[in-house]
Design a protein. Structure first.
Length: 483
């Protein structure tokens, strides 16, 4: 994979478009091909297909204020449907290889913070409100202005941080790294494997997958990431059939008895826009919406910038092409997630797997979205890929995104320290938003103490103030009487 480049830095001259589809998606213009886009679409889907299992587990494991739980089958349908529609909309409207699905972290907020205070329909109504507010911020130009106000090297740091974050996700999801239980009485938070060493066949599949993926990448094999996922899934199926394995985690690689399942659309449209204000109180509801907005706003911003940078689509000022449309669609995805009872949907960092396969346009989204559409009916077949077979793609993509670190001026403390905190905080806090907040706050503070406060865009001052509230949300809630 070549180093990240902006559009104007690319050494090739774009060939003429082959047909209308090529012209619309600017496939040849961006140095891509239909083959790369298709491979990228498949790779992105298989690295994020786990959401079809994980989102129903997270939402389905919680109960609302009245003791009601959401049906797992209906959650699978809702998750696949919203991901399908909004991924295609992002591809056609935003023309970026950015897949969309239920946001991890956001769904946990909905399940474990919102639902216990209100009904499920009330909680989903607050998600809809969050998305509407984000769309309003886009229409006023504020969200785009904030993105343009971020220094280019800080954007590159966001991309590097996301790379480390998704690599860490890959290690954790595969069981290569695990959290040490608090009962262990140690200050070390994570360890190798489940018991301080690697055990079991599933982890072996992951390790072999990592070696296969990096070997194929080093040999510059076309479709390296996708080929690795498919190969290791087949290996996992064989191993599962001959070995006594206690658990693969969320997904067991077994050949399904049936490949067709009937979707259940029972949760679609079950939301109450302002019911949460009556159930939880106005102050609490506002703070909950604020938390959702801040997390969604900057998670998506970091993902969009990081993926676009890795794809070489940023212009000379580090701006994302068509950013207004992209941001609006991302906000609309939150609205769609609430309407569909799938929780807030947002751009996925796993889209980097598709970029690693060469995807550069929204055409890849048609493939990814189409596969989510198929998942509505073929869930037993499309969810046999275990995390141990898909996670190596995240490790490889983490490496590819890490290469952007060389563009940061590490001898300039006013940019190097915020860049470092951005990069480090994302994997260490397991949050893109927290990493961006740490970077913004430190950037403003360091510029100020160096007497360069005037160099900071006024929008960054405002956003940093919001992050200060975000990090201090517990005492703020206590002051306002929400706790």
């Amino acid at each position: 994979m070549p180093e990240t480049q902006t559009v104007d830095e690319r050494p090739y001259a774009a060939p003429p478009a082959r047909n209308r589809l090529d012209r619309y998606f600017r496939i040849s213009e961006r140095g891509s091909t239909f083959g790369r886009e298709i491979r990228g679409g498949f790779a992105t889907f298989f690295t994020m297909a786990y959401i079809l299992v994980l989102n129903p587990i997270i939402l389905g494991s919680a109960k609302d204020k009245f003791g009601h739980s959401l049906d797992t089958g209906q959650l699978v349908t809702a998750t696949a449907l919203v991901a399908c529609v909004m991924t295609v909309v992002m591809g056609v409207g935003g023309n970026l290889p950015l897949a969309i699905a239920a946001g991890l972290g956001l769904n946990a907020v909905v399940a474990f913070q919102l639902a216990p205070l209100m009904s499920w329909s009330d909680a989903m109504g607050l998600v809809v409100l969050e998305g509407l507010v984000i769309c309003l911020l886009v229409l006023t130009g504020l969200r785009q202005a904030i993105m343009n106000a971020i220094p280019h090297q800080l954007k590159q740091a966001i991309g590097v941080g996301i790379g480390l974050f998704i690599a860490f996700i890959g290690f954790v999801d595969a069981g290569f790294v695990s959290r040490i239980p608090d009962a262990a009485g140690t200050t070390v938070p994570v360890q190798l494997g489940a018991v301080g060493r690697l055990t079991g066949w599933p982890v072996l599949v992951f390790c072999l997958g990592v070696l296969l993926t990096v070997a194929l990448l080093a040999r510059k094999v076309k479709g390296a990431i996708l080929l690795s996922i498919v190969t290791m899934t087949l290996v996992a199926i064989v191993i599962d059939s001959v070995a006594d394995i206690k658990s693969w985690g969320l997904t067991t690689p077994k050949v399904p008895d049936t490949i067709v399942a009937t979707p259940d659309f029972g949760l679609i449209g079950h939301f109450s826009l302002f019911g949460g204000f009556a159930k939880a109180g106005a102050v609490t509801a506002v703070l909950l919406v604020f938390t959702l907005i801040l997390s969604d706003f900057f998670d998506a911003m970091g993902t969009i910038v990081g993926i676009s940078a890795e794809a070489g689509l940023l212009d000379e000022q580090g701006r994302v092409p068509g950013i207004g449309r992209v941001l609006f669609i991302d906000g609309a995805a939150a609205v769609a997630g609430g309407i569909g009872s799938a929780s807030s949907n947002t751009a996925y960092i796993e889209s980097a797997a598709g970029v690693g396969e060469g995807a550069r346009t929204g055409f890849a989204n048609l493939i990814t979205g189409g596969l989510f559409g198929l998942a509505l009916f073929l869930t037993p077949l499309l969810t046999i890929v275990p995390l141990q077979a898909a996670a190596p793609a995240l490790i490889a993509v983490g490496f590819l995104m890490m290469t952007q670190v060389k563009h940061i001026e590490w001898d300039r403390y006013d940019i190097a320290v915020p860049a470092f905190l951005t990069i480090a905080a994302m994997p260490f806090t397991y949050s893109i938003t927290d990493g961006i907040g740490a970077g913004f706050l430190s950037y403003v503070v360091i510029k100020t103490v160096l007497g360069k406060a005037k160099e900071v865009n006024w929008l960054l001052w405002g956003v940093s103030a919001l992050f200060l509230v975000y990090f201090a949300i517990d005492p703020v809630e206590q002051i306002l009487g929400a706790k």
